[in-house]
Design a protein around this ligand. Structure first.
Ligand SMILES: [Cu+2]
Length: 360
């Protein structure tokens, strides 16, 4: 019985995998236990009095004694709960200060929420010697969501690629933004949670203490696929993390070295296809004539389309580029102006356009 009770209590909380977890859990259990004791005392007294002072069958009615107050009792039941509340406040305060103050030596990673996935921008960048433009290591959670149709066969392989990676034992500060509506970034195992608000930068920090994969959730209702806005954080040993980082930087350098060089159409198409999922276009655009949040993108190239204001527009490369970079410039008739501006480079747009052209 006690084993069962301990098990039930222990599983109330998710695994604890950050340095903040003990502080938060302590505050949680303190409140929980104080409430439990208060509950038992109050309900116990209630049940006791109901039984003790019930009217017995043969008894005649008795008048209720007229009691106005008891100063002694009132002082006791004011002072004791006040003291208990001060204790709760103190431990709550300790926890909130811990959660709110990122240590000085934290490394900052940007997290941007959008319908319906999280983007990660790591501070590991390479500069293009020709243009001076900077490119940084990025990632997102698009394909971690099984409903996004990543396909069971390659799922695990692909999911690998879409993890949010962090090193164990280092202080990580997260700067949170949103591209569209309010989301909320939540990693239960780290005991951290913070709203992502459009137009505002919010933050949180953590230091992971366990290597492994832990779930990420969006915990602010944000529309149709809110429930699917999940992901995974992968905590790595610092050495593995460093190796991954170097490999990503090498990939960036390679991309920069080949940027601007003409590529053949089929290579571009392949790249565009990968970007289509990696950038989350698939969350809103079907490719088999199916209406999602946005219009299907197959077969649109070369067609004439009607816009909301009644004008007719030929879908060519210029229009596609504008639709991706400035979605609000022209709104397709029958659809909401719900597409956020996309964070894509010129090369990526060229690839995406090649892919859209290939969709019949
Ligand atoms: Cu969300």
């Amino acid at each position: 019985m006690t084993d069962l009770a301990i098990f039930a209590f222990a599983t109330l909380l998710p695994p604890a995998a950050s340095t903040s977890a003990p502080v938060v859990d302590f505050a949680f259990w303190l409140v929980m236990i104080v409430c439990l004791i208060a509950f038992i005392l109050v309900e116990g007294a209630l049940v006791y009095f109901v039984i003790r002072y019930r009217r017995k069958k043969q008894e005649a009615d008795r008048e209720t004694p007229y009691i106005t107050h008891s100063t002694k009792l009132e002082i006791i039941w004011t002072v004791i709960p006040t003291l208990i509340l001060f204790v709760l406040f103190y431990y709550g305060y300790v926890a909130i200060v811990e959660l709110r103050t990122a240590p000085q030596n934290s490394e900052t990673i940007r997290v941007v929420g959008q319908k319906w996935f999280w983007n990660f921008y790591y501070p590991y960048c390479e500069r293009d010697a020709k243009t001076g433009q900077e490119f940084c290591v990025t990632g997102n959670t698009v394909n971690v969501n099984p409903e996004k149709g990543s396909g069971k066969t390659q799922e695990e392989k692909q999911a690998e690629q879409f993890l949010f990676r962090v090193p164990k034992g280092r202080n990580i500060a997260i700067q949170i933004e949103s591209q569209d509506v309010i989301h909320s970034f939540y990693i239960p195992a780290f005991r951290v949670k913070q709203d992502a608000v459009p137009g505002l930068r919010t933050r949180l920090w953590f230091q992971a203490t366990e290597v492994g994969e832990f779930p990420i959730y969006c915990t602010e209702y944000c529309g149709k696929d809110h429930a699917g806005m999940t992901g995974k954080v992968l905590v790595m040993e610092p050495a593995d993390y460093e190796a991954w980082k170097q490999a990503e930087l090498a990939k960036l350098r390679e991309k920069l070295a080949t940027a601007g060089q003409p590529k053949d159409e089929s290579k571009l198409m392949e790249e565009g296809k990968a970007l289509y999922t990696a950038k989350g276009c698939n969350a809103c655009h079907g490719i088999q004539g199916n209406r999602l949040v946005g219009p299907p993108l197959n077969g649109i190239f070369g067609k004439t389309e009607e816009m909301q204001d009644g004008s007719k527009i030929l879908v060519d490369e210029g229009y596609l580029k504008e639709s991706i970079l400035k979605p609000m410039a022209k709104i397709v008739k029958g659809y909401p102006p719900a597409m956020p501006p996309q964070n894509v480079t010129d090369d990526e747009i060229t690839a995406l356009i090649a892919y859209i052209k290939s969709l019949k």
